[in-house]
Design a protein around this ligand. Structure first.
Ligand SMILES: Nc1ncnc2c1ncn2[C@@H]1O[C@H](COP(=O)(O)OP(=O)(O)OP(=O)(O)O)[C@@H](O)[C@H]1O
Ligand SMILES: [Mg+2]
Length: 206
């Protein structure tokens, strides 16, 4: 089983959106997926409850229990575990980072988000790991994304070659217990997440 941690100490960066979308993208490709929600706000778990399908399984957990929960997911035959974290819990983010094969940091291409990224980098460094930034909610026009890539590179972080645009389908789909691929399978949001998932598979060699 491979494990992805989605972390960012900035609230609203897109952690839950990325978690749920990658999970369903993997499921569509035939993977058994477990979502582990370490956020006490339980947004991912709430989305799981609002779905008509039973999968992907969403487990709400506390950071201290993460190793055990990952072990259980593996024992149950999961191919992939994706951990959603809270912005303000250092303990949970660190636990997720330590348990992960791939660490993704969603980041909006906006100055406040870029400034806040150093807090997240500190945690990744503390665990002696490396992480990749995924630009999220990128506006359709303008040079913000390019400027963001330059700023992120100056922190020595990698930026994923695929990004997610600022798209209504990412929002509306979650509201009805789906993801963009299920809600509007031929839309741009669905295409973006499909491409990002392919890149994730290459990183994880799966
Ligand atoms: N690519 C996108 N396009 C449009 N809206 C987006 C996009 N990504 C996220 N959003 C919206 O931004 C808000 C925050 O996203 P999300 O809940 O995924 O962030 P988060 O990092 O999990 O937040 P928190 O830190 O509170 O857990 C949500 O309303 C979500 O629907
Ligand atoms: Mg969240």
């Amino acid at each position: 089983m491979k494990t992805i941690a989605i972390v960012s100490r900035k609230g609203g960066a897109g952690k839950t959106t990325l978690t749920l979308h990658l999970a369903v993208a993997a499921q569509i490709k035939g993977k058994e997926v477990a979502i582990i929600d370490l956020d006490p706000q339980a947004s991912a778990a709430g989305w799981g409850d609002s779905r008509t399908q039973e999968t992907p399984v969403v487990v709400s957990a506390q950071a201290a229990r993460l190793p055990k929960v990952l072990q259980t997911a593996k024992g149950a035959g999961a191919d992939l575990a994706i951990i959603d974290t809270a912005p303000h819990s250092e303990t949970a983010a660190l636990a997720a980072i330590r348990g992960a094969d791939l660490i993704l940091i969603p980041c909006r291409p906006a100055i406040l988000d870029l400034r806040a990224i150093s807090d997240t980098i500190d945690l990744v460094n503390l665990a002696k790991k490396t992480a990749t930034v995924v630009l999220n909610a990128v506006p359709p026009r303008g040079s913000l994304a390019d400027e963001a890539i330059e700023a992120i590179s100056s922190y020595g972080l990698d930026v994923a070659p695929l990004r997610l645009g600022h798209r209504a389908a990412f929002v509306h789909s979650l509201t009805v217990g789906q993801t963009a691929q299920e809600y509007e399978s031929t839309g741009k949001a669905a295409e973006e997440i499909q491409q990002l998932y392919k890149w994730v598979c290459r990183q994880l060699k799966m």
